[in-house]
Design a protein around this ligand. Structure first.
Ligand code: PAF
Length: 302
């Protein structure tokens, strides 16, 4: 569903009697006006940036923001500049009406759902450099992706001026890059990283999971199973052997294909060679399951 189809579905639902308690805002101007009184009264603002298709993982971020701030804004915007694959952008799930229902249930006050023209009245030509954080893992595999993420997240930060912003640890590299962007731009916002939320079978929640067939979804649970098992394997094996174990085990399932598995320092994101090389070690994986690209990670040391 396109952005406009999503918005149309929502308007239709509103006409049919569904009234969202969360206030839907579509322009930066309207958003700034809505937040002004609260800000003047010294209220704190939490921002949860999302691309919609909200699930329990997002709900956990929103709940945390609602608990820690007076006002919570959730942005719901599928950002075109972070997609290096046009089909991925076209197929990205859009579920605006369900998103508003979920946001109502968790107590967010505002959903900011701008159009592409609103966020990019002219092309954003800013080029960020997050070396070395963006030179590994998703960086080379998705050229331009993190630059697009930095473009939209910085625009959202300028629009909302939040005290705190909430991001899931599932996108582990994104979280590190956003922290670095905030440092480079000298912004005041506090970045809060929140733990991965998993399904009962261990699968990390992701908007992309809805793109999996039933069989693929079942198969994909082997990604997190393997990561969990690798923590036990790691107790008696070298880092190189553990890395290979994860790659070989996931690839042994017909229908799963590892794009990369890197075991990295959790702060610098640079690959480590020995377990004693850092006190914070995380394994990050990207796996193709049919046409869907899934990511997950596991902490070995923290
Ligand atoms: O993690 C996401 O959903 C997106 O990358 C973000 C941070 C909302 C920027 O579009």
């Amino acid at each position: 569903m396109t952005y406009f189809a999503g918005l149309y579905a929502l308007q239709h639902a509103v006409k049919a009697g569904y009234s969202a308690m969360v206030k839907i805002i579509t322009t930066v101007r309207e958003l700034k006006a809505a937040l002004e009184d609260g800000r003047m009264a010294g209220k704190t603002v939490g921002l949860v940036p999302t691309m919609g298709a909200l699930h329990e993982g997002h709900a956990s971020l929103v709940r945390r923001s609602v608990a820690e701030n007076d006002i919570t804004v959730v942005s719901d915007f599928v950002n075109p500049t972070q997609f290096n694959d046009k089909n991925d952008l076209k197929n990205y799930p859009r579920t605006m009406e369900a998103d508003c229902r979920l946001l109502d249930s968790v107590g967010a006050q505002y959903v900011f759902a701008p159009s592409v023209e609103e966020m990019y009245p002219e092309p954003d030509t800013r080029q960020f450099d997050f070396t070395p954080l963006d030179k590994v893992m998703e960086g080379p595999n998705r050229p331009g992706h993190f630059n697009g993420v930095a473009q939209i997240v910085s625009k959202l930060f300028y629009a909302v001026e939040p005290d705190r912003a909430y991001f899931g640890e599932k996108d582990f590299q994104q979280l590190a890059i956003i922290r670095e962007m905030v440092r480079q731009l000298g912004l005041k916002v506090e970045i809060v990283g929140c733990p991965i939320v998993r399904e009962e079978d261990g699968m990390a929640l992701s908007s992309r999971n809805t793109l999996l067939s039933k069989a693929e979804r079942k198969l994909a649970a082997n990604i997190s199973h393997t990561l969990f098992e690798s923590r036990i394997y790691a107790r008696r094996h070298t880092l190189a052997s553990t890395r290979q174990y994860v790659i070989d085990t996931i690839n042994s399932f017909d229908g799963l294909e590892v794009e990369y598995y890197e075991i990295v320092d959790g702060n610098t994101l640079q690959p480590v060679s020995h377990w004693d090389e850092s006190s914070y070690i995380v394994g990050c994986v990207t796996v193709h399951c049919g046409k869907v690209r899934l990511i997950d990670n596991i902490k070995y040391k923290e």
